[in-house]
Design a protein around this ligand. Structure first.
Ligand code: MN
Length: 131
């Protein structure tokens, strides 16, 4: 099963920290610094989860979310918004717009991996044989 996570984030420090923490956790990380780049990567790479920054230059996270949700091939891929603690209104808006969950910024190195893993789909045990 793929352990590939896509991070769409324009802030280099956040991107670096999130990538570092996820790689420590054994995940393969692919990164995009803009909405269009993220949509392109999501379509080609089929990650197991997409972490989406909402405050992106140009095409913002809500627009990215809308486009990703319109893509049938990505139906099963959960999208987690990563929003600033201060932007309370964004949270509701993300959920309404079709994201599956959210994680607050600033990223907390002690809890980030756990928070991300809460967003992953439950493991599929059907390949383990008859139950
Ligand atoms: Mn940003």
């Amino acid at each position: 099963m793929s352990r590939k996570i896509l991070i769409i984030e324009d802030n280099e420090q956040n991107l670096y920290l999130a990538t570092f923490l996820l790689e420590q956790g054994g995940y393969e990380v692919i990164t995009a610094r803009s909405g269009p780049e993220g949509i392109d990567l999501a379509t080609r790479e089929h990650p197991v989860l997409i972490l989406l920054d909402i405050q992106l230059p140009g095409m913002d996270g809500f627009q990215v979310l809308e486009q990703l949700r319109r893509n049938r091939a990505l139906d099963q891929v959960p999208i987690t918004a990563v929003t600033s603690h201060a932007m309370v209104g964004d949270r509701e808006r993300c959920l309404t717009a079709g994201c599956d969950g959210y994680i607050e910024k600033p990223i907390d190195p002690d809890t980030f991996l756990y928070e991300v893993e809460q967003q992953l789909p439950a493991p599929n045990h059907s390949a383990d044989g008859p139950s």
